[in-house]
Design a protein around this ligand. Structure first.
Ligand SMILES: [Mg+2]
Length: 365
């Protein structure tokens, strides 16, 4: 089999009800869909997400189509590591992180989609599966305009079948955090698992002060208390606090994860498959964290993440929004049973995008 072409498509949509975390407002979403074509008629798909970043998506499209794609034409898509090496060689002058690694990650996901489709199996099974379902939590506790909406969103997660929820913290005072957490705990009960995410909102001293309060409330993990570059500072939090520290959604490739593991920066690493790398990189990051006795979760949901978490022994949690909402874009539907999302039996990564959705949201021609 040979790769014959690559197409990058930009999709844009306004968010009807904008949400906020400690630092950001999400009122629009831009996605770059990567399609990798082969001479055997198999097409590999991947999606990269950029929040509001329309211009950023355009840069990635140019990078994918004009700089990375020429390296792929004529290559056998089953040689995933050889292709990754070629792409690193192209990107190393401007840096193999940031947008370059978004491009490399998208190509690797699309390659593995082709690998799975070529043998008729979900990628988790091709990689050596360890489970066929994974516990999921709902990223539902955003900052909304009203307290009423926040509570409604919390209740909706329980109604949908989740047993765990993540709440945003750090936008306002510690007292406000405590009030938000207690309100969710009152509605959802003791059997629910609660996680909090500060989205890099604190400095070290404030993270320790707030982390001690979250511990008292039985929170499962404190996510991104500091900017991700401060690995030594994170390591001091790990030492000072009992609550597990989770980071990683803003790290690129195994080397940044390796450095963080060496520094002792967290107990749980959260991989974003649009940024950290595709399955090739994930399996290596999985091995590094597993060897160090650490746990792994996904940043973001969808069938691609389910495939990866089902292939990595130390994976503990899938992050996702409402499963009903996400299904408009992708062909593969996810199913949750007893708070766990099942591995779909779709061959490949499950990343095929509905053509109707592309037609409705395409902004690049
Ligand atoms: Mg986060």
């Amino acid at each position: 089999m040979k790769i014959t072409g690559l197409e990058a498509i930009i999709l844009y949509s306004e968010v009807k009800n904008p949400v906020k975390d400690a630092l950001h407002t999400y009122d629009a979403g831009t996605t770059v869909v990567t399609k990798l074509l082969t001479d055997e008629g198999i097409t590999g798909y991947a999606s990269s997400y950029f929040g509001r970043g329309k211009a950023t998506a355009s840069v990635l499209k140019v990078l994918l189509e004009q700089e990375l794609a020429p390296q792929l034409i004529g290559e056998d898509p089953l040689f995933t590591k050889r292709i990754r090496k070629k792409l690193w060689g192209v990107a190393d002058y401007h840096g193999v992180e940031g947008l370059a690694h978004f491009g490399i990650s998208a190509i690797d996901i699309a390659l593995w989609d082709i690998v799975g489709k070529s043998v008729g199996l979900p990628v988790a099974k091709v990689l050596g599966g360890v489970r066929d379902r994974v516990p999921a939590y709902a990223m539902a506790g955003w900052y909304f305009d009203t307290e009423k909406e926040y509570i409604e969103k919390c209740i909706a997660t329980a109604e949908e079948g989740f047993k765990a929820i993540k709440l945003k913290v750090g936008r306002y005072s510690l007292e406000n955090d405590v009030q938000r957490i207690k309100a969710a705990q009152r509605e959802l009960g003791e059997h629910f698992t609660f996680l909090v995410d500060a989205n890099q909102g604190f400095d070290e001293r404030e993270a320790i002060r707030r982390g001690r309060a979250y511990e008292q409330l039985g929170i499962r993990w404190l996510e991104e208390p500091l900017i991700p570059q401060q690995k030594e500072n994170h390591a001091r939090l790990v030492q000072a606090l009992d609550i597990p520290i989770a980071i990683g959604e803003n790290y690129y490739a195994k080397h940044q994860f390796y450095d963080a593991v060496q520094a002792g920066a967290a107990s749980i690493y959260q991989l974003d498959n649009r940024r950290a790398g595709g399955p090739t990189e994930w399996m290596e990051i999985g091995a590094i964290t597993d060897a160090a006795g650490l746990q792994l979760a996904s940043h973001g949901g969808g069938p691609a993440n389910v495939n990866m978490l089902c292939a990595i022994p130390n994976a503990i949690f899938l992050e996702t929004g409402s499963l009903k909402k996400e299904n408009h874009m992708l062909k593969t539907q996810l199913t949750m049973v007893d708070g766990e999302v099942l591995l779909p039996d779709t061959p490949g990564m499950g990343t095929d995008v509905n053509e109707d959705y592309i037609r409705a949201h395409r902004v690049d021609g």
